[in-house]
Ligand binder design. Structure first.
Ligand code: MTE
Ligand code: MO
Length: 343
């Protein structure tokens, strides 16, 4: 099989594979319940890539050894790229088997970071090495059969890896502290870490495209709706709880919204903010309690968004404003990454 595979086909499989991995990896950050296939493609492409990378490294070994001896810069970059790619693939597989690392990051976050750096170094590598695929590489029958064999073995290896791995959700997240009130991980997307928010000097404002802007003190919130919902953080854990709070639709009805309401943005005391389409926002909950316990500061006291089916980073904590807008506010993509950095 190895001999039959044209080198160009191996290289193009690696390139397309990395593009798939980066694309599905980034998309997984905003995955919704219907998007389980993203994680299957990501895992399958990752495991299949191990095989193609192995073939490539075996074939170039003599050239690399010569390049290292000659202290070639291009080869040094290739070696760096190899180390990164191996680290990205190994960390992904290790995550499936339940491995952890010390320090502030989870192994899954480290995996994502190494993956992105690998893709960037690959782009630099391609500046020296890029060659368009030749027709023969792609159409030669023996090569195509060998390629199909590689992909089949990759898919089977993925199935085995997936089955042997530790218990986890389809997102790869592992369970932590479900049903145990505030005893689940406290997570910042980047740097949010505000001082505790006092109930007495906090208000919730309902603003924007509403008939009447409204303000609630902590004591006036009609927080009596309970709902079970699962928070799934992109750093690799999930936690299932009963949340109690106020239905966003009830707040919007009290303030009055018109035809032009398209999105509802939830704004934190830290500047962190995220929007949901108005129909989805109406069904979401602003919670004051989890499993019957008052929310702790770390989990967003006095008020945090519960957005079922959305990944954890969209569950804004320490909410102080609900703003109705016509269009999506794209600046929130920046806001979530810089909030908390200045203080
Ligand atoms: N204001 C604010 N809300 C936030 C975050 C943040 O950094 N700032 N982190 C988000 C992330 S990444 C997740 S996974 C959840 C975690 O909620 P928890 O800390 O209550 O577990 O809150 C989200 N809400
Ligand atoms: Mo998260």
């Amino acid at each position: 099989m190895d001999r039959a595979l044209p080198s160009g086909l191996v290289d193009w499989s690696l390139l397309v594979g990395v593009a798939l991995l980066v694309g599905t990896g980034l998309a997984s950050l905003v995955a919704r319940p219907g998007d389980a296939w993203l994680f299957v493609v990501h895992g399958g492409a990752g495991v299949a890539l191990v095989g193609f990378l192995g073939v490539k490294l075996w074939r170039v070994r003599a050239r690399v050894r010569a390049g290292v001896r000659a202290r070639s810069g291009t080869v040094a970059l290739s070696v760096l790229l190899t180390l990164l790619a191996v680290a990205a693939l190994a960390s992904g597989v290790a995550w499936v088997f339940g491995a952890t690392i010390p320090g502030p990051w989870t192994l899954l976050v480290a995996h994502a970071a190494v993956g992105v750096v690998t893709a960037v170094v690959l782009v630099v590598h391609l500046r020296d090495r890029f060659a368009p695929p030749s027709r023969a590489d792609l159409t030669e029958r023996r090569g195509a059969l060998a390629w199909a064999g590689m992909v089949t073995v990759g898919a089977a290896a993925y199935r085995v890896t997936d089955a042997l791995g530790t218990e986890r959700r389809y997102t790869g997240s592992r369970e932590q502290g479900s049903g145990e009130g505030n005893r689940f991980p406290v997570t910042a997307w980047v740097a949010d870490d505000p001082d505790p928010v006092g109930a007495d000097d906090w208000t919730l404002a309902v603003t924007g495209l509403v008939d009447e802007a409204t303000e609630y003190g902590y004591g006036d919130l009609p927080a009596d709706t309970a709902e079970r919902a699962l928070l799934d953080c992109t750093s690799g854990w999930y936690s299932d709880h009963e949340w109690t709070g106020v239905r966003v639709g009830d707040l919007l009805d009290a303030a009055g919204t018109g035809e032009d309401a398209g999105w509802v943005q939830f704004r934190s005391v830290t500047g962190y903010r995220w929007s949901l389409p108005v129909e989805e926002a109406r069904d979401a909950l602003l919670a004051t309690a989890v499993d019957g316990e008052r929310l702790s500061h770390g989990h967003g006291f006095p008020l945090r968004l519960v957005a079922p089916g959305r990944r954890g980073f969209q569950w804004v904590k320490w909410v102080r404003e609900v703003r109705v807008t016509r269009r999506r506010d794209r600046s929130e993509w920046v806001a979530i990454n810089v909030s908390g950095l200045g203080d």
